[in-house]
Design a protein around this ligand. Structure first.
Ligand code: IMP
Length: 178
């Protein structure tokens, strides 16, 4: 284990409350769809958020996942994004909601948007659990649904990791080295 202290940033209760609100907002905005909304989770960080979000949604959804290269053992973005696992089905003519754990620089989201645009979905939007606006290098309009905007801190838990650890924490924490 890394030597450090975890300070709670958002409690599990606060997270669950916000996720329910987001699910309601998304369900309302897409309620007239004639077909299921395709939720695409970005592996691995979004898995916990996506699992909670979709269970509170009241419209039909389909789930798919895309794997992208992560920071590895680093806590800073390399800016290089690579697809490590592609979608299981085409998204041509489908309404797509990309679900991310966190938009930091936004380079991952931007890369995926550009990649998915070429597959000609009927529509595409982004939902992220967290957004760090101070660091974001992308057009704010791309970030359509946001759970929480946070300061420029390295956070862990609720799907997010430090060198693959802490994803299973039900709350969000800030890790500081001792
Ligand atoms: P971006 O491309 O800089 O927006 O970074 C996106 C990805 O970096 C996220 O999907 C996370 O996997 C990871 N990431 C960015 N900031 C954090 C953080 O504070 N904690 C854990 N992972 C992070």
């Amino acid at each position: 284990m890394d030597k450090g202290t975890i300070t709670e940033y958002f409690s599990a209760e606060k997270i669950q409350q916000r996720v329910r609100e987001l699910a309601e907002q998304i369900s309302n905005e897409y309620q007239d769809l004639k077909e299921p909304l395709v939720l695409i989770g970005v592996l691995k960080g979004s898995v916990i958020f996506l699992a909670d979000l979709c269970r509170h949604m009241t419209i039909p959804v389909e789930l798919d996942f895309i794997g992208v290269s992560s920071y590895g053992m680093e806590t800073k973005s390399s800016g290089v994004v690579q697809i490590t696992q592609d979608l299981s089905r085409p998204i041509h003519d489908r309404h797509v909601l990309l679900v991310e754990d966190i938009v930091d620089t936004g380079l991952t989201a931007q890369y995926l948007f550009e990649n998915f645009e070429s597959r000609k979905p009927a529509s595409m939007r982004l939902c992220t659990f967290l957004h760090k606006p101070a660091k974001s290098k992308i057009d704010a309009e791309l970030v359509h649904f946001v759970g929480f905007a946070i300061e420029d801190e390295f956070v862990i838990g609720y799907g997010m990791d430090l060198a693959e650890k802490y994803r299973n924490l039900p709350y969000l924490g800030v890790f500081s080295k001792n």
